[in-house]
Design a protein around this ligand. Structure first.
Ligand SMILES: [Zn+2]
Length: 478
């Protein structure tokens, strides 16, 4: 297997395809024009980071891999508590129930072949932890706050010095992370699969308007690092790189304190209001009814559809067909740990002050700043660019792709054709010398409606299907 090329997954949190232009990101734009770029790339829903990075590394939809948000209830851990998926909580979950994911990820799979994975991640601790969630000895994870294995933390500090303090732009951290990636991970560890995760432009876009000066500055800092990588790969031509983002972005139309609203306004409708566990995830909200109760779901839906901020509603198939609501299974969210009800906040195809499309309500943040998490078009669509010897040069692929396709494609690139079941597919259309069996792109529109008093609620979800993999194009309400 020694002749096979290596793969680097280069994750750029919250990067939108419209931002990959020479004026904003000259280095990445150059690689995009020299490589393969998928112009119909999709996030999985909810469009938040941990759900999507896990989908990238498992090749599975959230219903299959078991994590439906950054904030969730894990019934098998504690059915009565909403927890954030950060490293300390994930350690506790693992200590109690074992591996937190329901499927193997790329580290587990390549470990069977004696191959190695190594990542440098300056995003959240939870995101980094989930790269190697069961601490396989074949997977190294380097994060400013911890390492897997933990003995590596001191070695990294001895060699590269202390991590700089966290700042909004994190320019110093970006620089150090790139230094560790190039001189340690790629040059010395030389794993079959390497990964880099940049927290920006996401962090800055949460704190400022998308398309404004601040988000452009964040892009330019990330792009400078890509410039260094670009010079490195000019001298190391056997490496394939997938530049990928977890989700797109919208602008906050207004904020909604959903937990307060529900507790205040529904307390007289539901005998035990604490039966409803609410996990806000930016532009979407996960509801868990403990214990499950279809009457509570119906009452909750009747309340939600009367609110101006209510967008798409989806319910677990364990409750059967619920009027006006879409089955979670249709979007890949049904599974052992499914939330009982999921609401995307209402998204609209309007522009912000910088002509960036997409506005939506959000469970936090500041009006006018960026948000994601909803099923809106501008969040469901994100970035994927392939560059290296196995990718076609200078082509645009219009066939739908998604974050679930990252793992199967990476495995194909390093020569592993395992028979396990992933929800994603190998992106053969962008790879040199693959057998291309043509297939049809199926477009589905799911429409549901429900009426209460004078409120007529109508929702629609658009889905593309290609070779059995499903991609959510957008959700909207009328
Ligand atoms: Zn974010």
């Amino acid at each position: 297997m020694e002749d096979l090329s290596k793969v680097l997954i280069f994750g750029i949190d919250g990067l939108q395809l419209s931002q990959v232009i020479p004026e904003k990101m000259p280095n990445l734009s150059k690689l995009k024009s020299r490589g393969t770029f998928w112009s119909e790339h999709h996030s999985v829903f909810p469009t938040v980071t941990r759900v999507n990075t896990v989908s990238m590394l498992t090749g599975c939809n959230p219903g299959t891999h078991g994590l439906a948000g950054n904030y969730v209830v894990l019934r098998d851990y504690d059915p009565s508590e909403v927890i954030p998926l950060l490293q300390p909580e994930l350690e506790e979950v693992t200590a109690k129930i074992g591996p937190v994911l329901k499927v193997p990820n790329i580290v587990n799979i390549i470990a069977k072949y004696g191959l190695k994975f190594a990542a440098v991640n300056i995003g959240s601790t939870g995101n980094a932890y989930l790269h190697n969630y069961d601490k396989s000895p074949n997977g190294i994870v380097i994060h400013p706050e911890f390492c897997i294995p933990d003995t590596l933390e001191q070695d990294i500090q001895d060699r590269f010095g202390k991590w700089p303090a966290k700042t909004l732009y994190d320019e110093d951290r970006q620089e150090k992370a790139m230094e560790i990636l190039l001189s340690y991970v790629l040059d010395e560890l030389d794993p079959s699969v390497a990964m880099f995760w940049s927290n920006n432009p996401d962090t800055v876009q949460h704190a400022s308007p998308v398309g404004g000066q601040m988000s452009d500055k964040a892009l330019s800092i990330v792009d400078n690092q890509i410039g260094k990588l670009s010079r490195y790969i000019d001298a190391n031509k056997n490496m394939n790189i997938l530049f990928v983002s977890d989700h797109g972005y919208s602008t906050i139309k207004d904020t909604v304190n959903i937990a307060d609203n529900i507790k205040k306004e529904m307390v007289h409708l539901i005998p035990d209001i604490d039966q409803i566990l609410i996990a806000p995830n930016g532009g979407s909200v996960l509801f868990y009814i403990n214990p499950p109760d279809v009457k509570v779901i119906e009452t909750l839906i009747d309340y939600l559809i009367q609110q101006p901020w209510c967008g798409n509603l989806l319910t677990s198939s364990k409750f059967g067909d619920i009027e006006g609501s879409v089955d979670l299974g249709i979007t890949g969210l049904e599974g052992e740990r499914s939330p009982d009800l999921v609401m995307s906040f209402r998204w609209e195809n309007l522009m912000n002050e910088f002509s960036v499309p997409g506005v939506a309500y959000n469970s936090g943040g500041v009006k006018g700043n960026g948000l994601h998490g909803s099923m809106g078009f501008s969040e469901q669509h994100c970035t994927l660019i392939g560059f290296g010897p196995d990718f076609h040069e200078g082509i645009e692929v219009k066939i739908p792709s998604g974050n679930i396709d990252v793992a199967p494609t990476v495995l194909d690139l390093i020569g592993i054709n395992d028979t396990f079941k992933m929800d994603g597919r190998v992106l053969s259309e962008g790879l040199v010398g693959r057998n291309l069996s043509s297939s049809e792109i199926l477009k589905k529109e799911i429409f549901k409606e429900r009426k209460i008093h004078s409120t007529q609620y109508r929702q629609q979800i658009d889905i593309s299907e290609y070779k059995g993999s499903i991609y959510i194009d957008q959700g909207k309400v009328f």
